[in-house]
Design a protein around this ligand. Sequence first.
Ligand SMILES: [Zn+2]
Length: 181
Amino acid sequence: MKRNFEYTAGSLALNFVDTVADRHGSTIELLDTPNQLNQWLLRADNRFGEISITSVDFLAEAIALREAIYDCLNAALSSNKLPGISLDLINKFSSLPDFRPNIKANRIMYTAPDAEAAILSSIAADAVMLLGEASLMKLRRCPECQMIFKDNSRPQKRVWCSSSSGCGNRAKVRRHRANKG
Ligand SMILES: [Zn+2]
């Protein structure tokens, strides 16, 4: 099945976490097959290029990393201690060799000894940067859809996610109706 992925959470790792829809409700897994992961990767990061994942085991590894990141974000947003097992997994992937840039004519190309390992390494490294003290201040949870996002705006007062579900607008309409009632 073709998926319409959104890349609106403000960082690579957060966009990856967002490949589960409606986490606080019916929980819809958007990465059921390696091909759906390929579709997501295509627009996730310009270093990834066109990579063709076929392995179900790789998909399972990627999902395990994604859920470890989600666990840590959840703990961080609730001011709980970050779960050790999840941190270990993130650090394990973050330690794998990542993509390196090189230049051909005037085009930047990204290569890695193992592209699949480099994908997980990139995502894990981004999660590490998010979970560091300074970035934690920018993490938000949308009060409407519960999506976790990074507030990259200058005033850092963003409340709602910017997904196409239009959460801020929905809440506004609801408030408006309540005031009228
Ligand atoms: Zn939302």
